[in-house]
Design a binder for this molecule. Sequence first.
Ligand code: KG4
Ligand code: ZN
Length: 338
Amino acid sequence: MTHILAIETSCDETACAVLENGRALVSSVVASQMDVHARYGGVFPEVASRQHVLSITPVVEEALRKAGVTINQVDAIVVTRGPGLAGSLVVGLNAAKGIALGAGKPLVGVNHLEGHIYAAWLHDASELNPPPAPQFPLMALLVSGGHTELNLMTDHLSYKRLGATLDDAAGEAFDKVARLMGLPYPGGPSIQKIAVEGNPTAFAFPRAWLDESYNFSFSGLKTAVLREVRRFEAEKQPIPVADMAASFQTAVIDVLFSKTMQAARQYGVQEIIIGGGVSANKALRETFLAQNEFKVHIPPLKYCTDNAAMIASAGYYRYTLGHTSAWDIDIQPTWPLS
Ligand code: KG4
Ligand code: ZN
């Protein structure tokens, strides 16, 4: 039995998890700072680092206690090195180094984006019939606050990037558009909530197909929403927020879905995995699950947004394949997956 203890502090969640044999999650603790940052309308980096300093020790202790595992029973300490906010990453990396050195355990640095992808492998340890693990080759759509990309995976830890966003990430577009419409941070859940009451065809917002490429672009869509908001303001008319949110959400999903399906067909895969905060979006999940051409793995909601369980899973595969880290590893605030 291999136990992994993982720490994640790349943005505004202080998280720690204990994982058994790469997939079975025995504990996952996430201390969210969302309420602290909501008043600033986004993540305030210095405040985030200081919150991590306050939360990291209790969060690690709670994860171990909930797992019923002592640090001596853990095989490796896994930690997010990047990408993310420098001041936040430093807190997690130094905590992980301290724990690993103190307990005499190996340290494994992991890419946060790889974590989002490996969320598709997780299941609760209590599940009697865990879902089968994703099978290679597979198409991985990564949609987080900072990244939007399509990767072909032919094996564990192997990524061929087929395309990525040329401007805003999908989650970033949700956050910026929500702000334009006066909806609270984080924008994704706010837009999803109000979109339920709206008509997704009320506004014909543009889709950037970027023909012959698997790249994405969401800034034109964002500008189109801004133009409509300004038009209603100039005419002193109330902004039809629900219709606008529903039309925007549909435009984003249309592009993500079509490009992922096209890539999956072109590369002959049978399975698709989706990870990152935007994979929590209900309409996006329903769109992918409504087709039956490919088997789709989307993590349970709690493992879509930032958490340490996904870092533990990615770290398990790194650890078992011999990718341990040196003691002098640094954070990597910018770190492409491939
Ligand atoms: O993966 P994540 O938690 O953090 C990053 O690594 O960036 O993603 C956060 C992003 C935010 O932009 C947030 O608005 C978006 O995920 N998000 C959603 C939903 N929940 C979170 N976007 C659309 N619908 C949601 N339900
Ligand atoms: Zn993330």
